[in-house]
Ligand binder design. Sequence first.
Ligand SMILES: [Zn+2]
Ligand SMILES: [Zn+2]
Length: 356
Amino acid sequence: MFLIRHFVLHAGCSAKCALETRGLYHKEYCLFNKQLSREQYENFINEFKFTYTNIKDSKEKLAELRLKVPHKNLEIDSSENYLGDYISNSKNCTDCFDIMESQDCKYVWDGMMNTGYDCFNTGLDASFIYESVGVYRANNVKFCNKCSQVNDTFYCDYCYKLSNSFGCTNLNYNEYCILNKKYTKEEYEKLLPRIIEHMKKTGEWGEFFDPKISLIGYNSSMAQYYFPLDETSAEKQGFLWEAYGKPKTELKSTKAKDLPNDISEVKDDILNTTIECEKDGKPFRIIPQELSFYKKHGLALPHPCHDCRHFERKGKMNPRKLYDRTCMKCGTEITTTYEPSRKEIVYCEKCYLENI
Ligand SMILES: [Zn+2]
Ligand SMILES: [Zn+2]
C-alpha cells in the first residue's frame, strides 16, 4: 500500500522513501526535496490523506518545485553514439526516444531491438524490424501490426507464432500463408516475389497499412498527441475522424467537482453514476474493482475522465523533439528535449551531475 501511495506523487528521482520530490539521487526520507529524518517522514506519510484537494495541491507544489531545480538536457544511460532522449544501454541509435537494450536503430520510439527502423512500441528479443507497430519477439518483420513471435512476415496484423507469411490477420501457429491461405514452401517462395513486384508497380510496397483501414479515428489515437491535426487536415491525409456524441444513459450524472473529497465518504452507489469529466465534460464511470482499489489505498476518486488522465500523464513527458540550446550554467551547446522557451533550468550533463 505504501508503495502505491508513494508513486502517486513521486516523480523524476532515483530516491527511495520520498514523496513529492524531483531530481534527487541516492536519497531517502525527503519531502519537497527537503531532507527529513526517518521518523519525521514516516509520521508525515502515515498522516497524509490522499484526498482530492491534497493530491491537487501536491501536484501544484511539485510543478513549482520542478521550475526551481536543474534538469538534465537528456536522459541517457550507458549508451554510445546516440541521438534522442530516454536511451539506455544502447548503441548506434539515431532519432530514437524511450528505447533500451537496442543497437543500430533509427526512428524507433518505445523500442528494444537490434537493427530497427521506423518502429513504435516494438521489441523484446527482436531484430531486423522495419516500419512496424507493437511487434514482439520477432525477426525480419516488415509493415506488421500487433504480432508476436513472428519471423519473416510482411503486412501481417494480430498474428502469433507465424513465419514466412504475407498479408495475414489473426492467424496463429502457421507458416507459408498469403492472405490467410496456406501454401507449400515452394508455392510461397514463387508467389512472394511476384506480389512484391506488383506492389512496387502500384506504389504500395514499402508503405505501412493504409490509414483508411484503421478502426479508430486519428483524434482518438496517440498520433493526435504527438502530431496534433484538426479534422480537415486529418481527413485530407486520409485519416478517419471520430465525431464524439454524448452517450445516452439512464444513469444519474454527477459533476466531478461535486464528488467527495475523501474516498471514505464515497458510497457504493457511485458505481451507478456517470461522472462528468472536469476537463472536457465527457461522462465516465467507476467500475467495482477500481472503487475497491481506491478504497483499499485511500485514494480520492479521479475528476478527469480516462482519456484526459492519460493525456495529463503523457503531458508530463518532454516532447519527442530535439532542440539546440545552451547549458544554463556553463553555456556549452547542448541538444535537449526542453524547448528553448520553457521555464525549466536546463543543464548539460556535467553541470547537472556537479549540482546533485
Ligand atoms: Zn475528459
Ligand atoms: Zn553545463
